[in-house]
Design a protein around this ligand. Structure first.
Ligand SMILES: C[S@@+](CC[C@H](N)C(=O)[O-])C[C@H]1O[C@@H](n2cnc3c(N)ncnc32)[C@H](O)[C@@H]1O
Length: 270
């Protein structure tokens, strides 16, 4: 049985300061390589009820603010808060507008008062939170009754081609850890929020070679930051081993990289 004691991700996730620093460094390059992130966030927007208009929304883990601006376009009469743990991302997002306030903060400890938001929108951010139960309890606290927490995240199965290829080369952690979809289901069910939608769908991207994939992960700030990752330079022999192993996955379109995306819409009971 899955152990749901906190933190809910066995093996842990990277230190938050490292996550913030990595995304801050990536702020300038992020938008040029964020094809999957655009697609997922748009699909999450489509999950919102058509007639729902929040008085105040929160874009949780806003990154460069693409979806803060999209939320502002969709709800022009609403007030928006864009929040991220990475100051560099906020510096990038702020001049582009969209939200009324841009705030540095942690999804596990929101610097917001109780019952102040009608919508929390969070696309591809909470997979970085080791304690997802805290994210849910903060969402519950900050939402007004009738409010919605819509999130997209990643679960086990994400980047499995890269993980399996590295496993053939050595036994080290080279790919960020993701929780099981079943853990999302259990934590959401126990959150006090009503689960209106919770599903997982694979998105598969294709790359001409392994280097294109690993460069893209770095440009996104999403390369491996796990505790236990190998330190130092990656030797030439091991890189060649990785390339050889990954080639076994090659398809007509190129080398596949699977992202197992979780889409959820949760409601705070009235
Ligand atoms: C992959 S980016 C997604 C950005 C944006 N939502 C989008 O779809 O383009 C993930 C973002 O989550 C932020 N993040 C990671 N951990 C966080 C936390 N604990 N609290 C708030 N933001 C966090 C990162 O700094 C980064 O900007």
């Amino acid at each position: 049985m899955t152990d749901l004691s906190l933190p809910d991700l066995p093996g842990g996730l990277p230190d938050k300061r490292q996550v913030a620093a990595s995304f801050s460094r990536a702020a300038a390059s992020y938008d040029s390589v964020a094809e999957l992130q655009r697609d997922v966030g748009s699909q999450l927007m489509d999950c919102l009820p058509a007639d729902f208009v929040p008085g105040r929304w929160l874009d949780l883990g806003c990154g460069t603010g693409h979806f803060s601006r999209a939320l502002n376009d969709r709800f022009p009469a609403s007030h928006g808060v864009a929040l991220d743990i990475a100051e560099g991302m906020l510096d990038h997002a702020r001049p582009l507008g969209g939200a009324t306030h841009f705030i540095a903060g942690d999804a596990e400890r929101l610097p917001l008062q109780a019952s102040t938001c009608d919508l929390i929108f969070s696309s591809l951010a909470v997979q970085w939170c080791a304690d997802f139960a805290s994210v849910l309890s903060e969402a519950h606290r900050v939402l007004r009754p009738g409010g919605i927490f819509a999130f997209a995240s990643l679960c086990v199965g994400t980047l499995y081609e890269l993980r399996d290829s590295w496993r053939e080369v050595d036994g080290m952690v080279h790919v960020n850890r993701f929780r099981e979809f079943g853990v999302y289901q259990q934590l959401c069910a126990g959150s006090g929020l009503t689960v209106a939608q919770l599903q997982t769908r694979p998105h598969v991207l294709h790359y001409p070679d392994v280097r294109s994939l690993t460069h893209e992960l770095k440009a996104l700030g999403a390369h491996n930051l796990n505790p236990g990752r190998p330190g130092g330079l990656t030797g030439r022999a091991r890189i060649l081993g990785l390339i050889e192993a990954y080639e076994q996955f090659r398809q007509a379109k190129g080398l596949p990289a699977t992202y197992q995306v979780v889409y959820a819409v949760l409601e705070k009971p009235v």
